[in-house]
Design a protein around this ligand. Structure first.
Ligand code: CA
Length: 537
């Protein structure tokens, strides 16, 4: 019920969040489905092809790190291709009004599905490139799709309505040869002048150097130990994660069965849970939360727990089905009014709700359980009520939540994972330990999502670890290493993203095929439950 709406809303998010994005965004940087599986991932002298030999588990010395630099001799000249000289699809047409374009004009008419321009690029040297689309927005910011060789490569956003600007898909890996790069309508309504393909900047050696101290100086010993572990593996290893009701869920069972059987199969290192059913307006309707028990159970097995909170709005504000009360469309709550002091009763109801969740978090603290805490998620998308009143109201609520849980309730077992998903929504380093984003790029898209990694990293100016807090399909860890997209964690959403039907252990291959799931879970770059060290006291 959550995810269905989120998928529908995903495109909307990209456009609505334009005002919050500094420049241009896209969801992923993959080079498509035709990536060589034997690509060299290392400049360090070994054969570069030992990524997945399966024989060196837990031997970090055998693993090469993420690729930060270009191969020796990589020095391609930038290529510029005029849109008006490229393949026009659908209703697109050449225009030449105004000034500022290069060549003989630009392409416009991105108005209906299928309207696109297909560039053909002849790449001379295999490596990592930025795709720079020179565009002008018409009537406000506009986000559109980029595909490389038929595979979704991300999105770019034009914001300037008076001048052409460079909208960049960052760090797209292209092999030597001919490639089809397509710019197609999502929101449309741009003038597209040209595409320039240029070598990406190399990543600095400090690309994965992050804050190693928690925002809350009073964190519990277990919380500190967990954070110390997380920062120690960051940039080298990736934590596997799965949203599910418990470690005995169908999702976990399906993964175990696919990776060796219920007894010997792999389990994710991270269990993703939800505080949703503890929301007072759900309890009023008969809900009874059980996730705290699941968290304690998984903690006792040595696992790591992350929590979101589908915060069901107070009943007073529910306008539709009560169980969808976290969606903007099923409430009439106005967060801006509440945070501006214009709705005192609303403020008190939010405090009541926070205090109710604090009770549950305290139960976890009392058991010694640290939490990767991801409240107010996907805010800038605007589909949840906490994100529907803009960035300022959201940030006030985030800070209120942080302050109340930390300083009033003394919850020192929380590692704060910010999931606002747009830089303008970042509340400040003092309230954040990890930055994260959620990506649903489609079915069987295994690319590393490098551009989204960079965008998310930039929200905290590189100071915080970057996590993929929700995903549909898995990404291929080999591609993450190749691209430098070393997400600290992924955490696949439950249901159809993993299992074929409710309450069955049958794996669904709709989003991630079985061979890829096996490859990911067996990757030496990926940490599974059995590979976690003893973290807690
Ligand atoms: Ca042009």
């Amino acid at each position: 019920m959550r995810r269905k709406n989120l998928l529908v809303s995903y495109i909307v998010c990209a456009a609505l969040s334009v005002s919050m994005l500094a420049g241009c965004a896209k969801q992923e940087s993959g080079a498509g489905n035709n990536i060589s599986p034997t690509v060299t991932v290392t400049p360090s002298g070994d054969n570069g092809n030992n990524v997945n030999d399966g024989n060196d588990n837990n031997n970090d010395n055998e693993l090469t790190g993420p690729v930060l630099t270009h191969p020796e001799g990589f020095n391609p000249s930038p290529i510029t291709i005029e849109a008006e000289n490229s393949g026009l699809k659908g209703g697109t047409r050449v225009g030449s009004n105004g000034q500022g374009y290069s060549g003989s004009g630009y392409v416009e008419g991105f108005e209906a599905e299928g309207d696109a321009v297909e560039f053909t690029a002849d790449i001379k040297q295999t490596g990592t490139y930025d795709l720079i689309f020179k565009t002008m927005a018409i009537g406000g910011s506009k986000t559109n799709f980029v595909k490389v060789d038929g595979s979704a490569a991300g999105e770019v956003t034009a914001t300037d309505t008076d001048n052409y600007e460079n909208c960049i898909c960052k760090r797209v890996y292209l092999e030597t040869g001919s490639h089809k790069i397509e710019f197609s309508k999502s929101w449309g309504w741009v003038r597209l002048d040209s595409l320039t393909i240029t070598a990406s900047e190399e990543l600095g050696e400090d690309f994965f150097m992050v804050d190693t101290t928690l925002s809350n100086k009073n964190s519990t010993a277990n919380t500190k130990k967990l954070f110390e572990y997380l920062t120690s593996i960051y940039g080298k290893k990736i934590l596997s994660g799965q949203n599910a009701d418990s470690m005995y869920s169908s999702e976990f069972n399906a993964i175990r069965l696919a990776t060796g059987g219920i007894k010997d199969g792999k389990m994710p290192a991270v269990l993703g849970l939800d505080m949703m059913e503890y929301s007072p307006s759900r309890i009023e309707n008969g809900s009874r939360g059980k996730s705290v028990e699941s968290a304690i159970e998984f903690y006792k097995k040595g696992g790591i727990i992350t929590y979101c909170w589908h915060w069901n709005a107070p009943s007073k504000y529910l306008t539709g089905q009560w169980y969808s009360g976290f969606y903007k469309e099923y409430t009439n709550i106005n967060l801006a009014k509440i945070m501006n002091g214009e709705d005192q009763e609303g403020y008190e109801l939010l405090i009541r709700d926070i205090d109710a969740i604090a009770v549950q978090l305290k139960r976890l603290q009392d058991e010694g359980v640290p939490i990767l805490w991801r409240p107010l998620h996907e805010a800038s998308g605007g589909w949840f009520w906490w994100g529907a009143s803009g960035a300022e109201a959201y940030k006030k609520l985030y800070v209120l939540l942080y302050d109340r849980l930390t300083n009033v309730h003394g919850l020192n077992n929380l590692i704060w994972m910010w999931n606002g998903q747009a830089a303008d929504w970042y509340p400040g380093d003092e309230y954040v330990d990890i930055v994260s984003t959620d990506i649903y790029p489609g079915e069987r898209v295994y690319t590393s999502q490098m551009n989204a990694f960079i965008e998310t990293r930039n929200s905290a100016k590189g100071k915080k670890m970057v996590y993929l807090s929700e995903n549909g399909c898995l990404f291929d860890p080999e591609l993450a290493v190749r691209d430098g997209a070393m997400w600290g964690m992924w955490c696949t959403w439950g249901g159809e993203f993993v299992i074929a039907a409710k309450n069955t252990n049958k794996l669904s291959e709709k989003y991630t095929e079985k061979y890829m799931l096996q490859k990911v879970y067996e990757s030496d770059y990926v940490i599974t439950l059995d590979e976690l060290p003893k973290i807690y006291e």
